[in-house]
Design a protein around this ligand. Structure first.
Ligand code: TXD
Length: 319
């Protein structure tokens, strides 16, 4: 059986980390694409030279030519400009929209059968635009945010409860940004919902509220610390989890920015919801019952995504 092919569009901080993880996990051969000359080639060569030590077999190629992504099984898109301190995700809209157009056209021409994971911010708008520009089926284009946001939530909860991160599951819905909705009732330690853990005296409502808030601004916290870029280790590993679910037909249930055509009362938008990812791409949208507060928060999040799409359409009349 021939190896799978993974194309990474954008060879920056996340792109390089994605390539490293995909190689170590032997997910397939890897193509790193970027508009900057030399960087994808240099990273690919450096990573390939780690192979003999690490013991992985994967071909790594850096390129500035879209023809090299031909036949890719999975494409992960990080191309664009990252958030700088003081810059909101939405400031990135104009610049990254143009990038999505180039990337969408490159994918359509060279790898129209791929499963495409978009990471570029502002995520919920960029994944929608990338889908529009590429013309791929909606179930083959998905956005990565929820896995990262829920990983942040899980990390903070595990610290608070002093238990293994492995035993903490967390649910995060809605758009990627300040309006995301961490759903506390569906977040558990070994199946015990957080509200029960609060009743058991494991934490207080105030502390949980503070964790929810910290999760919402989790990206900004790292931007403020790094000063010259945004998070990349956790975003990369989150996207790899989604890629693996597709490549290995694992049918993982993961929170992703998925296209909704009626579910959750949303039509024609990409919003973060739990989905099943397997060989069919997004095989199912999991529609969970939300309590009244979560419904209100989810709607705020949906409205924020809608606003972004209006802005996108204002910038590019072909959308
Ligand atoms: O949860 C999430 N979705 C995110 C999103 C979490 C963290 C960061 N998130 C966003 O990912 C971030 O706001 C950025 O929009 C992307 C990529 O972040 P990264 O940290 O990898 O940014 P870099 O290091 O600046 O890399 C971007 C690369 C860089 O090498 C550029 O030269 C390249 O993108 N680039 C392009 N590649 C291909 N094609 C075009 N047009 C292009 N333009 C820039």
């Amino acid at each position: 059986m021939a190896r799978k092919k993974i194309a990474l569009i954008g060879a920056g901080n996340i792109g390089g980390t994605l390539a490293h993880l995909a190689a170590i996990k032997e997910l397939g051969d890897i193509v790193l694409f970027d508009v900057v000359e030399g960087v994808p080639q240099g990273k690919a060569l450096d990573l390939a030279q780690s192979g003999p030590v690490e013991g992985f077999d994967a071909r790594l190629k850096g390129t500035n030519d879209y023809a090299d992504i031909a036949g890719a099984d999975v494409i992960i898109v990080t191309a664009g400009v990252p958030r700088k301190p003081g810059m909101s995700r939405d400031d990135l809209l104009g610049i990254n929209l143009k990038v999505m157009k180039a990337v969408g056209e490159g994918i359509a021409a060279n790898a129209p059968d791929a499963f495409v994971i978009c990471i570029t911010n502002p995520l919920d708008a960029m994944v929608w635009a990338l889908r529009e520009f590429s013309g791929l089926p909606h179930n083959k284009v998905v956005g990565m945010a929820g896995v990262l946001d829920s990983a942040r939530f899980r990390h903070f909860l595990a610290e608070e409860f002093d238990v293994s991160v492995q035993d903490v599951t967390a649910f995060v819905l809605g758009g990627h940004g300040d309006t995301m909705v961490p759903v506390v009732e569906y977040s558990t330690v070994a199946g015990i919902p957080i509200p029960d853990l609060v009743k058991m005296g494991w934490s207080t409502q105030e502390k949980i509220d503070a964790i929810v808030q910290r999760t919402r601004s989790g990206g900004g916290e790292i931007v403020a610390l790094l000063k010259t870029g945004s998070a990349y280790y956790a975003p990369a590993t989150s996207a790899i989890e989604m890629a693996e679910a597709y490549l290995k037909d694992k049918k993982r249930v993961l929170p992703c920015a998925a296209y909704l055509d009626g579910k959750y009362g949303v039509d024609g938008l990409y919003v973060g919801v739990p989905v099943v990812i397997g060989a069919g791409g997004v095989e199912r949208i999991v529609e969970i019952a939300l309590n009244d507060q979560a419904k209100v928060n989810f709607q705020v999040s949906v409205d924020a995504v809608k606003e972004l799409l209006v802005a996108c359409k204002g910038i590019d009349s072909s959308l």
